[in-house]
Design a protein around this ligand. Structure first.
Ligand SMILES: Cc1ncc(C[n+]2csc(CCOP(=O)(O)OP(=O)(O)O)c2C)c(N)n1
Ligand SMILES: CC(=O)[C@@H](O)[C@H](O)COP(=O)(O)O
Ligand SMILES: [Mg+2]
Length: 629
């Protein structure tokens, strides 16, 4: 029989407070086993979560959540937090439809402070919580956990700037594992390396150790040390050359992030300081599971895998992903045009740019988690005579809408925006679905927008964007493409011209992007019910094919279908054209209604939204029936 696990007895963080360091270390091991076991079936952000186990146990053993606030950056490292805050029983449902989220989610637990998912916002949220505490005159602790890559995001710098100036009572735990999804990049990363290794810093660590030893009688409990102690921490741990100290933030010497006793000792002092403190913790991404340690990039966000070997679970063979097709098409374009520069914001693999980076390292730019920098830098490259292609997930591009509009579109610069993961992404849920890009690209003057309906169209869209110039967005979904051949030399698409996929006189389905193949299937279902549906792959979201829209008015019903929010989306665009042309035809808009779409398998979500072929056909039948009634 299995020995009883400590984990099974942990109902809430309060249960951690009675455990010794040794017991907490055993618990850390049990948590890792649980995470590996569950994610081997569900997939998930395993490597980051493995690396943060001891940090999370140390924090929850010392603070008093949910009164005290523990804020996570991205939230992809928070599985241990879920497991010690009463969600062990549901952990098996991680990231599934109706199950628990892969990220902290306020509606799911009182211990989850804000809906994490987008990087670099945790310190801003935490400064708000600390400011609220100051305004309310209360004494709750605020702790934020942020990775070394997320710390390089602009928002994090803005928050450091504010918390230092305001001297907010806030502990920032920097989880420094020298990695983003791939290796971390940038000058800050180099600075952290310097902090980890300089002699000055080693001395500071010794001083900090002394401080801890002399304060040992005060124990590990939450003791308020008062002003004198705060001053001595400052004197003892900060070499004056360090950037954080210059910002008015107390910074500890590096602490081993897998040594629970060391973490708890240092954190107790940081919490007691009741001042802006950055606790520098050094961890290993993937700690405790050999395959993840060996390949932290693959285990950053891994699908189901074999626990013994770490190998991916077998997948059905199928077409390549849109991402891979884009990456290869870009390499072909770059071979022919040396002005092309590819830019990623810390998503080299995710956006399919690895082949480009390998073949054209000098023309490949990874700015780190810094979407605004990526887009504004693209404008400068374009002014400098280059042809930047910025490949960013639809959801993360939301960070850089202003730079798209003002820095790129207003001066009408040749910048291509490759918006990957547009539409429903699946298990990552509402923070990651690409719901809004059809709105934020369409609304920007000078911008052209194409939503390719298959991989051949994607290659043509890229060729077109590079040939025509100007600000140009291409949006395509996560996952497998349609399985059509991709031409080596794709044609330039005529501007604002759609393609007819199927003719029919009863209904006109105007489909955008990946919804076009589904619309064709829906039309077949309708045909079986005696309704002939025309299917138009609209291809251009901006400018749209006015003739196709005008012609659609000859049918009984125009149906628009898009993988994005209806409000302000492509369907509303069609309605705008109709209004401008003075045409008054019945229109049914299908897409994402005014809700945040939850997590789950993409096909289930698509079904739920009524965007499967069956759902589209049903909606059309229902609307036609209403017309008759
Ligand atoms: C705004 C934004 N851009 C990109 C991402 C994708 N992303 C998620 S985690 C991650 C790397 C995070 O690295 P770090 O903060 O160091 O945490 P680690 O995984 O190393 O623990 C990236 C790029 C994101 N979630 N949000
Ligand atoms: C946490 C995060 O933001 C990324 O790791 C994201 O989950 C990647 O998504 P893909 O799996 O679609 O690349
Ligand atoms: Mg990191």
């Amino acid at each position: 029989m299995d020995e009883a696990r400590i984990l099974d007895a942990v109902r809430s963080p309060a249960d951690l407070k009675v455990l010794t360091d040794e017991e907490l270390a055993i618990l850390a091991q049990e948590i890792r086993e649980e995470m590996v076991s569950v994610t081997s079936r569900t997939g998930g952000h395993l490597a980051s979560s493995l690396g943060a186990v001891e940090i999370i146990l140390a924090v929850h053993s010392l603070i008093d959540a949910p009164k005290d606030r523990f804020v996570f950056d991205v939230g992809h490292q928070a599985y241990a937090h879920k497991l010690v805050t009463g969600r062990l029983g549901e952990f098996e449902t991680l990231r599934s439809y109706g199950g628990i989220s892969g990220f902290p989610k306020p509606g799911e637990s009182p211990y989850d402070v804000h809906p994490s998912g987008h990087a670099s916002d945790s310190l801003s949220v935490a400064t708000g919580l600390a400011k609220a505490r100051v305004l309310s005159g209360t004494d709750e602790k605020v702790v934020a956990l942020i990775g070394d890559a997320a710390l390089s995001g602009g928002m994090a710098f803005e928050a450091l700037n504010y918390m230092g100036a305001e001297q907010l009572p806030l502990v920032v735990i920097l989880n420094d594992n020298e990695r983003s999804i791939s290796r971390n990049v940038g000058a800050l990363m180099k600075h952290l390396g310097y902090m980890r290794t300089t002699a000055e810093y080693r001395d500071a660590r010794d001083s900090f150790q002394e401080l801890l030893e002399t304060s040992a009688p005060l124990g590990r409990a939450m003791v308020r040390f008062g002003k004198n102690m705060k001053e001595s921490i400052k004197q003892m741990v900060i070499p004056h050359s360090m950037m954080f100290e210059q910002l008015g933030i107390v910074c500890t010497a590096p602490v081993d992030g897998h040594d629970i006793a060391a973490l708890r000792e240092t954190l107790a002092v940081c919490l007691a300081a009741d001042a802006p403190v950055l606790m520098h913790v050094v961890t290993k991404k993937g700690a405790g599971y050999e395959p993840a340690l060996r390949d932290p990039e693959r285990f950053h966000g891994v699908g189901p895998f074999d626990i013994a070997t770490g190998a991916d679970a077998p997948k059905k063979p199928g077409p390549p992903s849109y991402t891979a097709v884009f990456g290869e098409a870009l390499v072909r374009e770059a071979r022919a045009d040396d002005r092309i520069v590819a830019i990623t914001a810390a998503m080299e693999g995710g956006t399919g740019l690895k082949p480009f980076a390998a073949e054209f390292p000098e023309r490949f730019v990874d700015v780190g988690i810094a979407e605004e920098q990526a887009v504004a830098m693209a404008s400068g490259l374009a002014i400098g005579g280059k042809k930047p292609v910025v490949a960013i997930y639809s959801t993360f591009m939301q960070r850089a809408i202003d730079q798209m509009a003002i820095d790129c579109a207003l001066p009408d610069l040749d910048v291509v925006f490759a918006l990957d993961r547009a539409g429903i992404v699946g298990e990552d849920g509402p923070t990651h679905h690409g719901m809004f890009d059809l709105v934020y690209t369409r609304m920007i003057p000078n911008m052209r927008v194409v939503a390719p309906s298959d991989e051949a169209e994607l290659a043509s869209a890229l060729r077109t964007a590079l040939a025509l110039g100007g600000p140009f967005a291409i949006r395509y979904p996560r996952g497998a493409a349609e399985g059509v051949p991709v031409p080596e030399d794709p044609p330039v698409l005529p501007v604002g011209v759609s393609r007819l996929l199927r003719d029919g006189d009863d209904v006109a389905i105007l489909a955008f992007g990946c919804m076009a193949p589904r619309a064709v299937k829906a039309a077949r279902l309708l045909a079986a019910r005696g309704i002939e549906a025309r299917v138009v792959d609209m291809r251009w979201v901006k400018p749209m094919d006015e003739e196709a829209i005008r012609d659609a008015c000859d049918t009984r019903l125009i149906v628009t279908v898009e993988a994005g929010v209806i409000a302000g989306g492509a369907g509303e665009g069609v309605c705008g054209y109709l209004a401008e042309m003075g045409l008054d035809s019945p229109v049914r808009m299908l897409g994402v209604p005014d809700v945040f779409v939850p997590q789950g398998r993409a096909d289930l979500l698509v079904d739920d939204l009524g965007l499967s072929p069956e759902g589209i056909a049903d909606a059309i039948l229902e609307t036609l029936a209403e017309q008759v009634a």
